[in-house]
Design a protein around this ligand. Structure first.
Ligand code: NA7
Length: 867
């Protein structure tokens, strides 16, 4: 029971946790002149490194980088003895830091915070400690660590075992001596993999119970890497700066080699170099696409499996140790010293729990269906309730008494991983939604602490007392965190990153995977935009600039950055010929799109001459005729051809199961309005008339197009209706041009910076149609008669100047009773949805298009309609 609150104290800030983050937070708060107290249930500083004392415990980031950078003098005075320091050395380091800066005087050890309550009247937190102290403080900072709450052993009979029980996460200070003992280790995550070789040296028999085989590479420990020391020696500040602005918090050059296209020799060379280097960020950087593309990932995974097979002598054990149920990197890979070699020792046995599960733990040992094992000691290396465990375990009640546990019942929700709405003045260091465990923790910790310190300083200067994110900003950030996750392979794994190791925990990628650099940029922008998304209050009133800091899909933003870096001239400054050449050059370097069953080229004879077409037939059964989709490429009536939209056509074909006929039409300025529109209509008529020869089902014909291609597709529908045929089952209009009015809001917002610009759109119109013709429904179909048009799917992208005219077309069609499906391409630009194989986040939108096409054809036309 808690002791009654006896001592009252007023402080500016309370920090929970005296690990890497709590210590630096204390240092910074003191610098600001704030009164502060740190509480930690441990007997000394160290946090994670205080508790995880198991044999072999080391960091898995080189210690040259796993170190504070805020104090250059400290860096001079401390030299790490190894590439990956052991737990005792890291603990010594943190003690050294605490002593050097006299931090201990503001830390209460062996004291936990038992509750924290927000007092709305006082605008302060009421904190109670396990020693019966009550503290009022303005700011409550949770430096509670990502891996601090051990996962309880969820194994039947765990309490019954009469021998010694150890948890890697709560190892006894006096150590453990396994000499001559029969030892079981349960769990083969990092803790198991680091401790098993050392336990094997003492134990008379070691049995490892493995549920999931894990990827591990040799750490090649030894002296600190010479190249890093050299770089640090030459330019320490430059090195640290590069780390802060790197993807993972370590300055390495991200590769642009794609696993799927690299030659076998390049693949092998890159992999062997990473294996020899023995660094996590190296092995995660063999290929640029290994984190997103299953085929590329499998190349690295298979090379690691080959290594395991070459080390472990018993083929059955080797196979059991080969991870096959998750993509490499989706569970944290391990760095080991002699882990796989340990299984060659005669007294070490691997039990594969997938084949031989634990029935129960007994007084004597462990019972499996095939065998009863007797043990003197059981070591649980079963992991943590990571990232959110310590935060929700703390009894924190915010505004209206809502607890963090209640708020996060369906998963954590944060703004920048730093704060959460309803909990004013509560800061989380390396909380969920920040890069944390996917990065070099020390870099991320320093960034968080510096941000919080800067925020408190700004509040003091601007006379604010409280800060809290808005729900709009928070849900926007949550969405961005999940958007970043969705384009990777991470969500497929049952990892602790996903919360999947704890039964009942909501399944969501907890850390932010967009990168330390992207994250830092977002945090900085929030500040430079006047604390965008935060509401700050003080005696002089409240200030809130509400908004969402990242609305764009992360891979779309990457493409825009790449395009900007290429420094290409704006297309609207080029001649049509040069613009076409530029478009062809960019098309030549992109991925080819999915395989389809058959691709054939032909020509369509129309009054104006022959129009080339390319036909795509689906690969999958059934054999026989399919519905037909006539597709028109984008390019502002000026650019584009059969090649330009080839990957998209393959994708449409695969997703819709239809035969796609991509038609090249006459282009402006050589053939101006209404040439393209008339060609489109003529092509639709011809495809309909030749449906059987093309392998189509007569009467099952849809049209589709992107941009200007969507313009002529829907014009063809209007002309077909007026001409009495052919029957069109549906139309798919991807970011269509349907009007020549360039004053809509989406033009104002998105007219610059997103590839299709207002200037380029004007350039297209000028090439295509005289001003007098631009209101003609065959140029601006929004102004045409929309009655009786076929069911329609319209894609409208957030960052497209054409967004609002697409939406206006959808509404106008609905008004006259046309069934419309408006697919919002959230976070996309005019071009990104069509970037098959490049912009992964476009896939769900294209899936929606595929579903719409299938749906058009699911409604069979009546005989009357066919006639
Ligand atoms: P991890 O990586 O979560 O590993 C825990 C291991 O324990 C893992 O192999 C689990 O298998 C296994 N486990 C968990 N529960 C059970 C039960 N009930 N039965 C059998 N096996 C079980 O924790 P670590 O402490 O090793 O490492 C945590 C991080 O610290 C590490 O990633 C580094 O960042 C440092 P599973 O994979 O869930 O099938």
């Amino acid at each position: 029971m808690n002791k009654p609150a006896s001592v009252r104290e007023q402080l500016d800030a309370v920090v929970v946790g005296a690990g890497f983050s709590g210590l630096y937070m204390l240092y910074r708060l003191r610098q600001l002149g704030l009164s502060v107290k740190v509480f930690d249930s441990a007997g000394d500083v160290g946090g994670t490194w205080y508790w995880n004392r198991y044999p072999g415990a080391r960091c898995d980031i080189p210690t040259t980088d796993y170190t504070y950078s805020f104090d250059p003098e400290l860096e001079k005075e401390w030299t790490w003895s190894e590439k990956y320091a052991t737990q005792p050395e890291i603990l010594d380091y943190l003690r050294f830091v605490a002593d050097r800066h006299g931090l201990r005087s503001d830390i209460e050890f062996s004291t936990s915070v038992t509750s924290a309550r927000w007092d709305e009247q006082e605008k302060r937190w009421r904190i109670t400690t396990g020693r019966g102290k009550e503290i009022r403080c303005r700011y409550y900072i949770m430096a509670t660590g990502c891996l601090s709450i051990p996962k309880p052993p969820d194994i039947e009979g765990a309490g019954r075992f009469a021998g010694q029980v150890y948890f890697t996460s709560r190892w006894p200070h006096e150590g453990a001596d396994f000499t001559g003992q029969r030892v079981a280790v349960i769990g083969t995550g990092s803790s198991g993999i680091q401790s098993i070789p050392l336990i094997a040296r003492q134990a008379s028999r070691l049995t490892v119970f493995q549920r999931t085989a894990n990827f591990s590479i040799p750490a090649h420990n030894g002296p600190a890497p010479a190249d890093r020391l050299k770089r640090l020696g030459e330019d320490r500040d430059g090195y640290r700066h590069a780390a802060r602005w790197s993807r993972g918090g370590i300055p390495i050059e991200p590769t642009d080699v794609l696993g799927v296209t690299a030659s076998e020799a390049v693949r092998r060379e890159r992999f062997e170099a990473a294996w020899a280097q023995g660094e996590l960020f190296g092995i995660l950087n063999v290929f640029a696409d290994q984190g997103v593309n299953p085929a590329s990932n499998d190349i690295v995974a298979e090379m690691i499996r080959e290594k395991i097979r070459s080390i472990v002598k018993d083929p059955g054990t080797a196979e059991a140790l080969c991870p096959k149920d998750h993509y490499f990197g989706t569970k944290r890979p391990c760095l080991d010293t002699g882990y796989f070699e340990t299984y060659n020792l005669p007294h070490v046995l691997l039990v594969d729990l997938r084949k031989q599960p634990i029935i129960s733990i007994t007084e004597e040992g462990i019972e499996t269906p095939d065998e009863s094992f007797g043990f003197d000691a059981i070591v649980y290396a079963t992991g943590f309730d990571a990232m959110t465990g310590a935060l929700v375990a703390a009894d924190v009640a915010g505004r209206d008494g809502l607890s963090l546990k209640e708020k996060w019942a369906t998963g954590p929700s944060t703004y920048l991983g730093l704060m959460t709405a309803g909990f004013p003045n509560v800061f989380m260091l390396t909380g969920p939604g920040s890069p944390s465990v996917l990065s070099n923790m020390t870099v991320s910790i320093e960034q968080h602490v510096d941000w919080v310190a800067g925020c408190l300083e700004d509040m003091r200067e601007e006379r604010f007392e409280t800060i809290e994110p808005t729900s709009l900003a928070e849900s926007g950030w949550d969405q961005h965190v999940q958007d970043c996750a969705a384009i990777t392979l991470h969500p497929t794994a049952n990892s602790w990153y996903m919360g999947a190791n704890v039964p009942g925990k909501p399944r969501v990628l907890l850390p932010y995977i967009g990168g330390v650099n992207a994250y830092r940029q977002a945090c900085d922008e929030v500040v430079s935009q006047g604390y965008l998304g935060f509401r700050r209050t003080g005696p002089e009133g409240a200030r809130c600039r509400d908004g969402v800091i990242r609305r764009m899909q992360p891979d779309v933003a990457m493409v825009l950055d790449l395009v900007a870096a290429m420094g290409m001239p704006p297309m609207d400054t080029l001649s049509a010929a040069d613009a076409r050449a530029l478009m062809a050059a960019t098309a030549a370097i992109r991925p080819p799109g999915p395989e389809v069953g058959e691709v054939t080229d032909g020509v369509i004879p129309v009054p104006a001459g022959d129009l080339p077409y390319r036909l795509y037939r689906p690969a999958v059964p059934p054999e026989g005729p399919r519905p037909l989709v006539v597709y028109f490429h984008g390019g502002g009536w000026v650019l584009g051809n059969l090649d330009s939209d080839d990957p998209l056509c393959r994708d449409l074909c695969q997703r819709s199961g239809a035969v796609v006929v991509s038609v090249n039409y006459r282009h402006a300025p050589e053939a101006r309005f209404p040439a393209a529109a008339l060609d489109a209509f003529a092509a639709v008529q011809w495809v309909d008339a030749n449906a059987i020869e093309l392998g189509g089902i007569p009467g099952q014909l849809a049209v589709a197009g992107w941009s200007a291609g969507a313009n002529i597709a829907t014009v063809a529908c209007q002309l077909a209706r007026d001409d009495g045929g052919p029957h069109i089952s549906g139309q798919v209009l991807i970011c269509p041009v349907v009007d020549s009015d360039m004053t809509r809001l989406s033009y104002q917002k998105n007219g610059d910076g997103y590839i299709l610009t207002t200037a380029l759109m004007r350039w297209f119109w000028d090439h295509y149609a005289d001003p007098a013709d631009r209101a003609d429904p065959r140029a601006a179909p929004l102004h045409g008669n929309l009655d009786g048009l076929p069911p329609t799917c319209i894609v409208a992208a957030d960052f497209d100047p054409l967004r609002d005219e697409g939406v206006a077309y959808a509404r106008a069609l609905e008004d006259v009773g046309v069934p419309v499906r408006l697919a919002r391409a959230r976070g996309h630009t005019h071009t990104s949805v069509t970037m098959v194989g490049v912009v992964i986040s476009g896939a769900p939108v294209r899936a929606e298009i595929g579903a719409a096409l299938r749906n058009f054809f699911a409604v069979r036309p009546t005989t009357e309609q066919i006639e």
